[in-house]
Ligand binder design. Structure first.
Ligand code: DGJ
Length: 740
């Protein structure tokens, strides 16, 4: 099985699982339609139509992407945009579905290749197509050389989210080097009022929402780090001027890739907008031998006419029903306890047992031992790679602690960072050549560690064996899978120089394969994707992991901003959030335990505080809030999210509302950063309720204004709203509405 097949298989695991279960639950697949005479292809799903066609030159062009068209609408075959002048040739201003670098193309290509004779001109023309189920497959070929491209299109019937990817095949008798490969190009019609949103960040400051007008020129967001990265996340949204949180058009999408990636959004000189997403061409060169193929990652793209809120609700639904393992029926995320902020590397059997007992007493369902349990791991300088239980810390292995956690009614979870090695480890001493490096050059360390070359079969085999042994010999229900540094010196000296840059793809392929194989062997295991916080959150890893660690920043106010940005792209169902100690280690901010809980209860709740420092009042409060969380959990994790008042832009107040899929429960979280000047308490108008249903109001924490009815219609709560009483600094309230 080559890399292509392996990745297709691992990526398809959850998609196929999803499709199968959707058939069982009766969800209809979106059937594409093809106008065979005009060669126009059309996909309809949710409230969306996407159409493309073959132009008279045989090139594939975008026809339409937006709100659903009538089935009766006749879409004509596309025609190229004529030359505007000798400086704006047709090739460069025509909205192609998958432009090859060639023929004078000066905008972003989807595919660029180099042939052994130095030719770098590629002109892809339509060959044929095939429709099977919800999928359209279109084949293209260069005008004269044996470069074949297969484009895959499928649209989710429920949400209208389109999935696109490409496969390049070398059918020539010599090698072909791929210099650049995207999943797709997406085009939007000419307009001067587009705005781009995207997510940037840094360690402890992930998912900051950026917006900027789109004008002629390019905006490039990317990771060159070998991993998805904190600096930018592979998600974008494009809106028209006037679009708001709950109204107006938004086109959005995300790349399913956990290695170096790039999304380029450029407006050509005539105002045409295209977004191209795929492997990062930075240091990229993938040589295909005769007969070999390279698959792009998939890009998942959607459209909503209901503003940013509508866009993110659609995308959350798509992730829950089509991407995540277990989709479309997700297991609720258990309330977890994690040892990291409490004990850091100083984990041992006695200490963890005490924490486990205390965690169980407040209603925790999963006890997770973080870093420090293995090898000679007493700090960041040693042990990574040696996945054997540290006999000094756990003289009887992990079994007694796991048994105690299980006896207390909790699952047991363990932290691992499989892709890394400390130079001070038995693994590195035995296999110094297993790391990514250039021979004879420095091996730059970060956090005292190097990156194992997971593209190597020996490394893959070692990790599979080590992790499989761990999971086979212990009752482990959950792995927190960390990745704490970016790549450096990306060499792979064990293969020929012309093969070395395959690393960017082969590493991630093997990561996906490893995760898929572990899940296959241990079907009940759940996995969290973590990379020093939110450095590896994307739709690729999401297909193989159940939840993500969003940020090491556990300050509950900073988290409101991080969670707000995160929610634009990713589902609350996977968003882990812990209650930790005050002052917070990141910024020394002091907040109440209620405030910390309410901030974390907007996602999948965890506790990471040092329970040995808690008072009995803290335990009582925590127990009560965790019990309350379990009642609202399905609504918060899998309901529809409305960002009612944004915390961005220095707003003193913020509020979110989660509404259960059946409309029978809604949970409002409201926060005040700091009050002053005797500010009036504003009404918060709710959304997404059934106007005709009656809902009773109850508080989880905080209070509402006097005379607030304790029962009223959905129409009342949406029209009049709720006045939550918040005064002081870092105040919060949580209100539940239950349909009668
Ligand atoms: C980084 C993670 O984000 C933390 O939660 C923790 O697991 C540490 N690594 C452990 O080294």
């Amino acid at each position: 099985m080559n890399n292509f097949d392996q990745r297709r298989r691992s990526i398809c695991v959850s998609l196929l699982g999803g499709l199968a279960s959707m058939a069982i639950t009766g969800v209809v697949k979106a059937k594409p339609t093809v106008d065979e005479a005009a060669k126009v292809f059309r996909l309809d799903g949710g409230a969306v139509t996407y159409a493309f066609g073959v132009n008279p030159d045989g090139r594939l062009q975008t026809v339409y992407w937006g709100s659903s068209l009538s089935p009766a609408d006749q879409l004509s075959a596309p025609v190229p945009v004529p030359d505007n002048s000798s400086n704006e040739m047709s090739i460069t201003v025509t909205p192609f579905e998958f432009p090859g670098f060639g023929g004078g193309l000066t905008v972003e290509p989807a595919l660029k290749v180099t042939f052994p004779d130095g030719v770098r001109d590629l002109d892809l023309r339509y060959v044929d197509h095939q429709v099977s189920g919800d999928r359209i497959v279109v084949r293209l070929k260069d005008v004269s050389r044996a470069v074949h491209v297969t484009l895959n299109y499928s649209m989710d019937a429920a949400t209208g989210v389109l999935s696109r990817s490409a496969v390049v095949e070398n059918r020539s008798a010599d090698w072909i080097q791929i210099d650049q490969l995207a999943a797709a190009s997406f085009n939007l019609p000419y307009s001067d009022d587009y705005q781009l949103s995207y997510l940037t960040g840094r360690w402890a400051g992930e998912f900051a929402l950026q917006t900027r007008p789109i004008t002629p020129g390019a905006t490039v967001i990317e990771s060159r780090k070998g991993v998805t990265s904190h600096q930018a996340n592979p998600w974008i949204a494009v809106n028209r001027r006037g679009t708001e949180e709950e109204s107006g058009p938004v086109w959005f999408g995300a790349l399913a890739w956990s290695g170096s990636w790039r999304i380029s959004v450029d407006m050509d000189s005539l105002g045409g907008l295209r977004a191209t997403a795929g492997y990062n061409p930075f240091d990229f060169a993938y040589r295909l031998k005769p007969g070999e193929r390279l698959a792009s990652p998939a890009f998942h793209a959607g459209f909503s006419n209901e503003g940013f809120g509508g866009a993110s609700r659609l995308f959350h639904r798509y992730q829950r029903t089509r991407i995540l393992p277990g989709a479309p029926t997700l297991r609720p995320r258990p309330v977890l306890y994690n040892s990291w902020e409490a004990t850091e590397f100083a984990v041992d059997e006695a200490g963890q047992m005490v924490l486990a007992e205390k965690a169980a007493s407040i209603g925790v369902e999963r006890f997770v031992v973080d870093d420090g349990w293995f090898g000679a791991r007493n700090d960041s300088r040693a042990g990574l790679g040696d996945w054997f239980v540290n006999a000094k810390k756990f003289p009887n292995g992990l079994a007694p602690l796991i048994k105690r956690a299980n006896d207390l009614g909790m699952e047991f979870g363990l932290w691992v960072e499989p892709e890394m090695v400390n130079p001070n480890s038995d693994l590195y001493r035995a296999h110094p050549d297993w790391v990514i490096h250039f021979p004879g050059r420095a091996r730059s360390e970060a956090r005292d560690q190097l990156v194992l070359n997971l593209a190597r079969k020996e490394v893959y085999d070692y990790l599979l064996h080590a992790l499989d042994r761990l999971l086979t010999s212990n009752n482990i229900a959950f792995l927190k899978w960390d990745h704490n540094r970016a790549w450096s010196e990306p060499g792979w000296p064990a293969v020929a120089p012309a093969e070395q840059q395959r690393l960017y793809v082969a590493y991630v392929d093997n990561l996906y394969k490893l995760l898929a194989e572990l899940r296959r062997r241990h079907p009940h295991i759940e996995i969290e994707s973590c990379a020093s916080g939110g450095g590896r959150v994307d739709l690729g890893i999401m297909a193989l992991t159940d939840q993500v660690w969003v940020s090491d920043n556990t300050d509950p106010y900073d988290r409101l901003l991080i969670q707000d940005g995160f929610s634009h792209a990713y589902a609350p169902a996977i968003m882990m959030a812990w209650v930790t100690d005050a002052p917070n280690f990141v910024n020394q901010r002091v907040t109440s335990l209620e405030y910390r809980f309410l901030s974390a209860m907007q996602g999948s709740l965890g506790v990471g505080a040092n329970l040995n420092h808690w008072s009995s009042d803290d335990f009582t409060k925590a127990k009560q809030l965790i019990a309350a969380y379990k009642v609202i959990r399905p609504t918060v994790q899998q309901g529809n999210l409305y960002r009612l008042v944004s915390p961005r832009g220095g707003s003193a107040r913020s509020a979110t509302l989660s509404v259960a899929q059946d409309g029978n429960q809604a949970v409002l979280f409201a926060f005040l950063h700091s009050g002053g000047m005797r500010d009036a308490q504003p009404y918060i108008q709710l959304r997404g309720l059934d106007p005709a249903k009656e809902y009773t109001l109850r508080m989880i924490s905080g209070s509402v204004a006097p005379k607030t009815p304790n029962k009223a219609s959905g129409a009342y709560w949406m029209g009049q709203g709720i006045k939550v009483s918040l005064e002081g600094d870092f105040q919060a309230a949580a209100v539940v509405l239950d349909a009668l």
